[in-house]
Design a protein around this ligand. Structure first.
Ligand code: HEM
Length: 415
């Protein structure tokens, strides 16, 4: 909550509760009267969308867990049974499988929003770092979830990814054996992945609570990147942003429904309709679309250990970002050169996705290498140097002024 509490209990029950466990006060201060910058655009609706995605994944996941069998002889068939025989199993399974993609789509947009508007800069470094922790947990959860249906891609994806750990000097083999629960990917691997896949979303839930708590201390950043100076810069969260977030959620759910009802397998891989066969390697082993950029970084370096380091390093630089970007100006709206570098960065990320989906040879390999190079140059060279040498554009004196000068669709409080 940014500022002192404005909650006043109205009924006897509210007063009774407030002096024992002030939960209603917490809800009121963080979701009703929470002072929110009046110029937030639609990129700020993804936090709410992400919270919804997490809830959808947990609810559908718990129901799937009631029917799924974590055994190599039955896992594949149990998923087929869920789809064909369990009441509405097809719906729940498609929501869960496509929900993972929608979750990643939203989280990537949420991250790019943060990168563009400098939401990682002081005083929001902790919000950002907790976000990176969430991203890592999401990746681990999605990877292990994909193994559970025990199709060809599940199995071989697990083989490829767990093999990375053997590249770690000295302890690599021991870690891999521990992950596998034996000397190859098998039943113990499937069991521990299922257990962790069930556990991690609740850990994510806890970290999201910290993420939002950390957000409510300094309050939201905004498209102008200016700090809130007076009450005139803000509007209460409710009804202004509950309505805006609600509208964005409806649009998001329409897109989600298009995939669930019309294109349920569009984002998956056909090979996962073939039961896992440890004796038959698929022609191309490709991860889900949301891992492709990282897969491209891994494959752009010929040395296995270096590739693995670069892949983890691509997330590691995000942790250091608040200190790598030296600019005092938050929003790229006022940083013309940095803005161009950011646009090229987005293109590089898309190029990495493309390279990751194709065989690492010829033009694809070089595109992947160039994009990998730019990815690191952007964080490790461009942002540190630009912050020192660039000339930012003049900024408005306050958020209220930026609304006037930028023609932002500002909410006007009915005072
Ligand atoms: C389960 C995943 C996540 C959930 C549920 C979530 C939730 C939220 C919510 C509700 C907000 C406030 C509304 C908004 O600004 O959109 C927020 C803000 C923020 N999030 Fe996340 N988040 C998630 C993942 C991430 C990740 C992966 C990052 C970065 C690596 C991140 C970085 C931030 C930052 C920097 C802010 C402050 C934005 C600002 O005020 O400008 N979040 N998040």
């Amino acid at each position: 909550m940014a500022g002192p509490s404005t909650y006043e209990p109205k009924s006897g029950i509210e007063r009774w509760m407030d002096s024992r466990l002030p939960l209603i006060r917490l809800g009121y201060d963080s979701m009703v009267d929470y002072p929110t910058p009046r110029n937030l655009n639609y990129w700020w609706t993804f936090g709410g969308i992400l919270t919804l995605c997490l809830v959808i994944q947990i609810v559908t996941g718990v129901v799937l867990g009631m029917h799924y069998v974590a055994h190599v002889d039955m896992a594949f068939d149990s998923v087929q049974r869920i789809r064909r025989d369990v009441n509405y199993g097809w719906l729940i399974q498609y929501i869960h499988a496509n929900g993972a993609s929608m979750f990643f789509l939203a989280v990537y947009l949420h991250i790019f929003r943060g990168l563009y508007y400098g939401s990682y800069k002081p005083p929001r470094e902790v919000i950002w770092i907790l976000g990176v922790v969430i991203l890592l947990l999401m990746m681990a959860t999605a990877f292990m979830g994909y193994v559970l249906p025990w199709g060809q891609m599940s199995f071989w994806g697990a083989v490829v990814i767990t093999n990375f750990f053997t590249a770690i000097p000295l302890v690599g083999d021991a870690i891999t054996t521990l992950l596998w629960g034996g000397f190859s990917v098998g039943n113990p691997t499937l069991n521990r992945f299922y257990s962790l896949h069930y556990l991690l979303p609740f850990v994510i839930f806890g970290v999201v609570a910290l993420h939002i708590w950390a957000l409510h201390v300094p309050g939201n950043n905004n498209p102008a990147g200016l700090s809130v100076k007076s009450r005139a810069d803000t509007v209460p969260f409710h009804p202004y942003y509950t309505v805006k977030d609600g509208f964005a959620i409806i649009l998001f759910l329409i897109l989600f429904s298009v995939f669930v009802f019309y294109l349920p397998d569009a984002l998956g891989h056909a090979d996962n309709y073939i039961p896992a066969d440890p004796l038959k390697t698929p022609e191309h082993i490709v991860p889900e679309w949301y891992f492709l950029p990282f897969y491209a970084i891994l494959r752009s370096i010929p040395n296995k250990l270096m590739g693995v380091l670069a892949m983890f390093g691509s997330i590691g630089v995000l942790v250091a970002l608040p200190w790598l970007d030296t600019s005092k100006v938050r929003s790229m709206r006022y940083r013309p050169t940095a803005r161009w570098c950011f646009i090229i960065f987005v293109i590089a990320c898309l190029a990495l996705g493309y390279a990751g989906a194709h065989n690492p040879e010829g033009i694809n390999l070089w595109m992947g290498r160039a994009a990998t190079l730019y990815y690191f140059v952007y964080f490790l060279l461009l942002l540190p140097i630009l912050g020192l040498v660039e000339k930012p554009k003049p900024r408005p004196a306050s958020i209220a002024d930026s609304v006037k000068s930028h023609g932002e669709p500002a909410a006007t409080p009915a005072e």
